[in-house]
Design a protein around this ligand. Structure first.
Ligand code: SF4
Ligand code: SF4
Ligand code: FES
Length: 256
């Protein structure tokens, strides 16, 4: 059975804007993105919203619904009461281009700062041999759809523009952790995570984990183990002494 829902949608661009109220038809089985599309079709043809797959897989339709980061295409209307006003706003951590569309290029800049997988010299593709447990460990992180809701919700940058320079955000700290766990990666990920990508800013509040639509345990399985490895490396007196004596060279042997 259809009904009329109250929607409050942020409209604006170039740093200026306001919430605008709409009453819009909702049909059974619909999600918030369907209703936004109906608004476009019937009342606000210039309303900007980014989307692509409508199946929770492309990560394009990230927005804030009643103040919480959600994928518009996965937010079922049946989870709201018919009486409540549903407020839809753009992700707060990134600059607004127009209405619900934000400029997420911060994330791509951070991605480019991370050196890609670096195998040891002399091992050709096809010669890598890994334990199944190492394969499985990184598979969880590979489910990421790059919706950037974890970076959006992280308090280190959400209200602190000044931290963006020094902090890669949970999505890319997780990428560094994934590479650091790879038995054939020889790049020094631990020092760079701490010194260049701001791992120390993370105080493991787990807000990123709570909003991840792929249910990746970002904090427990990537960030905390990475912090532990950094602590072991930097503050264990035996490891510290070993590093002093046997200075690590770029030509590390595989971790396997
Ligand atoms: S756990 Fe760390 S990265 Fe995740 S939201 Fe909290 S501070 Fe940010
Ligand atoms: S880790 Fe989860 S919340 Fe973060 S970008 Fe990937 S899918 Fe989105
Ligand atoms: S439209 Fe692709 S995740 Fe929502």
């Amino acid at each position: 059975m259809g009904y009329k829902a109250k929607f409050r949608v942020w409209r604006g661009e170039a740093g200026e804007g306001a919430l605008e109220d709409f009453v819009v038809e909702v049909n059974e089985g619909e999600v918030v993105l369907d209703v936004i599309h109906r608004l476009q079709a019937t009342q606000a043809p210039d309303l900007a919203v980014r989307w692509n797959c409508k199946a929770g897989k492309c990560g394009s339709c990230s927005m804030e619904i009643n103040g919480k980061p959600r994928l518009g295409c996965m937010a079922r209307m049946s989870t709201f009461t018919e009486e409540e006003t549903i407020t839809v706003t753009p992700m707060r951590t990134f600059p607004v281009i127009k209405d619900l569309v934000t400029d997420v290029s911060f994330n791509y800049e951070k991605a480019r700062e991370i050196p890609s997988f670096t195998p040891p010299k002399g091992v050709a593709p096809g010669e890598y041999r890994m334990q199944q447990v190492d394969v499985e460990r990184s598979q969880e992180f590979r489910k990421c759809i790059e919706c950037f809701m974890c970076n959006n919700v992280c308090h280190v940058i959400r209200d602190h523009e000044e931290n963006k320079q020094a902090f890669a955000g949970p999505r890319f700290l997780m990428r560094i952790a994934e590479l650091d766990m790879h038995p054939y990666d020889v790049e020094d990920r631990q020092n760079s995570a701490q010194d260049e990508h701001g791992l120390g800013y993370c105080n493991i509040t787990k807000c990123c984990t709570e909003v991840c639509p792929e249910h990746i345990k970002i904090t427990d399985n990537a960030l905390i183990p990475m912090k532990e490895r950094v602590v072991d490396r930097r503050y264990d007196p035996l490891v510290w002494l070993g590093n002093k004596i046997f200075r690590r060279t770029k030509e590390k042997t595989p971790k396997a």
